[in-house]
Design a protein around this ligand. Structure first.
Ligand SMILES: [Mg+2]
Length: 276
C-alpha cells in the first residue's frame, strides 16, 4: 500500500518534470492542441440516447448469453473436464463499465491531448459513472455464482482509486484479487489466463478488440478488419462489444502505432478518410 503510494508520487514527480513530452511541448509553446475532432465522439457518449440504448443492448445480450449458459442443457454439451468448473466473466473497465467521457471533455476544452498526469488525476477523483446496464448485469452474474474479473490497462498505481470507484457506483464483489490492472505488459493474455485458470470464461466484454484476444494486437486497420471477419461468430456470443468512438486501438491503428505530433495525427486522419 505504502509502496504503491510512493511509486505514484514518484511518477507524478517525473511527470511534473516534464516526462510527458506531448503536453510539455504544448505548454512550452503556450499552444493548446486542437482536439475539436473529438467533440462529436464525446457528445455521442454523453448526449445521444442511442449510445445509452447501445449500452443497454450490449448488457441485455450479455444477460441472454449468461442465462443460456446457466441452462443445464448447455452444460451437458460442454467437454467433460469443463462441466464442473465455476464460471467467470471478463470485463474491461474504461468505456466498458465506467464512463470517462468527462476526462475526455476536459482535455478538449483545455487543449490537452491524453497525458498520464491528467488521467491519474481523473482516476483519483473516483467520479466515473457506470455505463447503463453494467451494474445490473454484473451483479446478476455475481448472484448466480459467476466470478467477475475486471481486466484493465489502467496502471497498477491506480488500483485503490479504481476499486473505490467501482464499488461506489454499485458493483458487487470488487477487490484487489479480481481487479487486474497493467503491471508490465499491455497485452491482456496473461491476465485472461488468471481469469480462466480455475474458471470457465463464459464471455468477455470490452470496447476494444484487444479486450477479447491478442489476435488484434498491433495490427493494421486492414488486418484488424480481417481478424474481425474471422471471429465474426464470436460477436454477440462470447465477445460483447461496447461502442467507443472517443479513443482506442482503432485510432492507434490509423496512426500506424507511431508516436506522432497532433499535426501528424490530423494528417493521418484526413488521409484515412474514404471518399466517393
Ligand atoms: Mg476500455
Amino acid at each position: 500500500m505504502r509502496k504503491s503510494r510512493v511509486l505514484w508520487q514518484f511518477i507524478l514527480f517525473l511527470l511534473t518534470l516534464g516526462v510527458s513530452v506531448g503536453s510539455l511541448s504544448a505548454q512550452q509553446s503556450g499552444d493548446k492542441a486542437d482536439l475539436d475532432y473529438q467533440v462529436a465522439a464525446v457528445l455521442y457518449m454523453q448526449k445521444a440516447a442511442e449510445y445509452r440504448a447501445l449500452s443497454y443492448q450490449a448488457y441485455n445480450l450479455a444477460r441472454m448469453r449468461l442465462d443460456a449458459d446457466l441452462d443445464k442443457k448447455s452444460v451437458k454439451k460442454l467437454p467433460k473436464d469443463q462441466r464442473k468448473l465455476p464460471r467467470s466473466i471478463v470485463v474491461d473497465i474504461d468505456e466498458t463499465v465506467l464512463d470517462n467521457s468527462p476526462a475526455q471533455a476536459y482535455g478538449i476544452k483545455n487543449g490537452q491531448p491524453f497525458n498520464l498526469q491528467a488521467w491519474y488525476a481523473w482516476g483519483e477523483m473516483r467520479k466515473a459513472k457506470a455505463l447503463p446496464g453494467a451494474v445490473e448485469f454484473l451483479n446478476y452474474a455475481v448472484s448466480k455464482g459467476v466470478k467477475v474479473f475486471y481486466i484493465s490497462n489502467r496502471d497498477e498505481v491506480q488500483k485503490a482509486a479504481t476499486i473505490d470507484n467501482l464499488k461506489s457506483v454499485g458493483f458487487a464483489d470488487v477487490s484487489a484479487e479480481n481487479v487486474l490492472l497493467r503491471t508490465s505488459e499491455s497485452s491482456k493474455d496473461a491476465r485472461r489466463a488468471i481469469a480462466g485458470g480455475k474458471h470457465r470464461i463464459v464471455m468477455l466484454l470490452g470496447d476494444n478488440l484487444d479486450d477479447f484476444t491478442s489476435a488484434f494486437e498491433r495490427k493494421s486497420v486492414a488486418d484488424r478488419f480481417a481478424e474481425t471477419d474471422k471471429a465474426r461468430l464470436e460477436f454477440g456470443n462470447r465477445f460483447i462489444v461496447l461502442p467507443n468512438a472517443m479513443y482506442g486501438t482503432w485510432e492507434n491503428a490509423i496512426y500506424e502505432y507511431g508516436r506522432l505530433t497532433e499535426a501528424q495525427k490530423a494528417e493521418k486522419r484526413a488521409a484515412a478518410l474514404e471518399l466517393p
